[in-house]
Ligand binder design. Structure first.
Ligand code: SAJ
Length: 413
């Protein structure tokens, strides 16, 4: 295989930026491309636009070493790595417009011998769709959907699998699924990942890789839904669900996940819908799990409202807005939905504590919602609701909590 000297990473988000930085850290020339000017400028100043352990130090170093550079238009390279979002549309169907735009933007830069990797989480058939789109744009080159192993361009789907909060560690150590459009495509992709990945690279075809990635997140979603369903059942009987699960998990073949206020983030709350969309008649359990997890925030709101209405002068403090512990990411966060719904119920004063932000998101800029620090909110509240198990919330003074009504959606207080 041709040596990889230069990589063009399209999309400098939660996956693209760390991946670009890790390759640059290994001495590869990396050009990062993004359509957002502010983000490109920030990267060129050595500043990531989101919080992730150790990412700022790495980005600063590779930018200073001139190994990573960001631009708004792709450049010719040996390999192109696409890491753009794949959200869903209003009808829960996958929105592939970012993949299409990324492919269209790299098409003029392609040269014989190039490797294109789609890292974005994708519905079944998306890699093939992207390849056909490129083939239509570059009739002078051949693609694996046309010529198989003889193609000029190699294409593979290698889905990202890193956990926010541990991205830099997992991008190197996790095993990778390498879904080649052909065997040679896969081999070339393995050679590329071996530059940075210490985990094993497992070769398969692109469709299997697409569904395997969706399955990983659907597996977690289904298991969290099971835990969330149990939490509702336990509430009915006055049983502490966390204690009950701890007991059940003592069985050597039982490992139930943790109930919470709902499932957030841009992956687990989204990706299972891609399976449902591909097989609407058959994906019954996957759909049910999605609905159970999506309904959990409303259940929590009803519980908070019922308790608040039983108080004379309710002051409700809600702890945490992020979609999970110790991240600053509010996307698809059940906690944000809960505060928003609760504010609409006009139950009294709502205090919000989120140490990772300095300003409330726009949907929560409401007259009855105030962002406050932990001690002040706890002192003022008569109903304390834990929505996110941030480390900063775990060492709460039990004596202070004793004087309040407490709703703990995470089972840690
Ligand atoms: N959650 C629970 N109970 C649990 C575990 C999680 O309520 O027992 C909630 C969290 O609070 C959060 C949501 O689920 O709201 C998702 O959090 P997560 O930590 O399970 O996963 P993500 O969304 O941060 O990252 C997932 C990971 N996928 C799997 O673990 C199978 C990650 O490896 C993927 O790379 C990522 O999705 C992705 O980008 O697809």
């Amino acid at each position: 295989m041709k040596m990889v000297n230069k990589i063009c990473v399209v999309g400098l988000g939660y996956i693209g930026l760390p991946t670009a930085a890790v390759f640059a850290g290994k001495g590869i020339d990396v050009v990062g491309v993004d359509t957002r000017k502010d983000l490109v400028e920030a990267v060129n100043q050595g500043r990531p636009h989101f919080g992730e352990p150790n990412l700022d130090t790495l980005v600063r170093r590779v930018v200073e070493d001139k190994k990573l550079r960001a631009t708004m238009t792709p450049e010719p390279a040996d390999a192109f790595l696409i890491a753009v979002p794949t959200p869903f549309k209003g009808n829960k169907q996958p929105d592939l417009s970012y993949i299409e735009a990324a492919a269209t933007s790299i098409a003029p830069m392609l040269e014989k011998g190039n490797l294109i990797i789609l890292e974005s989480t994708s519905p079944i058939g998306a890699t093939e769709m992207m390849t056909n789109l490129l083939a239509g744009l570059r009739k002078d080159l051949s693609f694996p959907t046309q010529l198989g192993e003889l193609s000029d361009i190699r294409v593979a789907h290698c889905p990202e699998r890193v956990l926010p909060g541990r991205i830099l560690e997992e991008v190197v150590n996790n095993a990778r699924i390498i879904g080649g459009m052909t065997r040679k495509c896969a081999q070339q992709a393995v050679s590329l990942y071996k530059i940075v990945v210490e985990g094993e690279c497992h070769v398969t075809n692109a469709r299997t890789a697409e569904l395997a990635k969706l399955t990983e997140n659907a597996y977690r979603d289904v298991n969290i839904a099971f835990a969330n369903e149990l939490s509702v059942i336990c509430d009915k009987f006055g049983i502490n669900v966390w204690e009950m699960i701890r007991m059940a998990n003592l069985h050597p073949r039982v490992n139930i996940l943790t109930p919470g206020p709902g499932v957030g983030g841009h992956c687990i709350a989204v990706d299972p819908w891609f399976i449902v969309d591909s097989a609407p008649q058959d994906a019954r359990l996957i759909r049910a799990a999605r609905m159970i997890n999506d309904e959990k925030p409303l259940y929590v709101v009803n519980k908070i409202e019922a308790k608040a209405r039983s108080l004379v002068d309710p002051v409700v403090a809600l702890f945490g807005l992020a979609y999970k512990a110790d991240v600053d990411d509010l996307r698809e966060s059940p906690a944000v939905h809960i505060v928003e719904m609760l504010a609409g119920r006009k139950i009294g004063k709502i205090l919000v504590v989120e140490p990772h932000i300095s300003e409330l998101p726009s949907e929560l800029k409401l007259e009855n919602v105030t962002l406050m620090d932990f001690d002040m909110a706890l002192a003022q509240a008569n109903l304390a609701v834990l929505l996110v198990d941030h480390s900063a919330f775990l060492h709460v003074d039990r004596d202070v909590l004793k004087d309040k009504f407490v709703i703990d959606t995470r089972g840690v207080w």
